[in-house]
Design a protein around this ligand. Sequence first.
Ligand code: ZN
Length: 302
Amino acid sequence: MAGEALTSNRTWNASAGLKQNKTNWLLVLSSHIANKIPLLVKNGESSVSRRMFDNAITHLKHADDALSARKMPKRPKNWGVEMDVVDENGKPIKKVKVRMCDATFADGSPQSLYYPEGHELAGVFTGMAVILHERGRADVSKVRAECPKFQCKKSINRCCCRSILYNEPYFVNVGSLLEIACEARGFRVIFFPKIHCELNFIEQCWGYSKRVYRELPVSSKEADFERNFLAVLESIPLFVGKYIFGSILLNIDPFDTRSLRFMDAYHKGLNGKQAAWASKQYRDHGVLPDTIMAELETAKLT
Ligand SMILES: [Zn+2]
């Protein structure tokens, strides 16, 4: 994986960022990605750069109108999805019903989920049966909308419309807001296990920064807090300005090397205690030697 050090990343205001609620936080993050991060597309070819995020709920949030078969009715109905209306501070004030976004056919053309103007049911949601029919699936008029409690039996093919639609191309792996924002800038996204102290090196950065923060003079003044907070971020031993709202621009650094070492240890079959020991023995290495099992035996750790 290639990473790029982007010096202009930390152009956000720390205190403003921390005042955001969870929904607003995601909007700020997506906006930051869209506006501050250089487009990584050159000569029509997308870069292989990745952006790493915690596997947090806010990072996995989909657009309110994102494609989803979860609540779709089978038959035509005045149906839509709920969307938050926010005030100027990004705070949700009410909900409105809007149309779900279009699906996509196999040839790349859009599939509207609502009857078009001029149709006797113009603007009405077509329903799962019509959606599947338009996508070339066999007649599902006699197939039930959903199995009881959506507990589908694996042995039965075409048990219910919702199950069939869930497995349709473009209905599976619908990107989150964060993935869409990153992909628009030419990045691909990798989600790390949330709060995992070994395999998620973002947590190691937080751990390091908290330790440095505790060593600074105590103060309850917001100005001191902001200055200390930024100083702590600067102190993280990475290349310049790589911390941005919980994501790390990947470069080789002590934390991701440590995570790589643990990944390699578990891949080689070591348990937690053995991995911790091996990680200390090979502190500067991203992978462990093939002789590691013999070394563990010598150290009486098998
Ligand atoms: Zn089913």
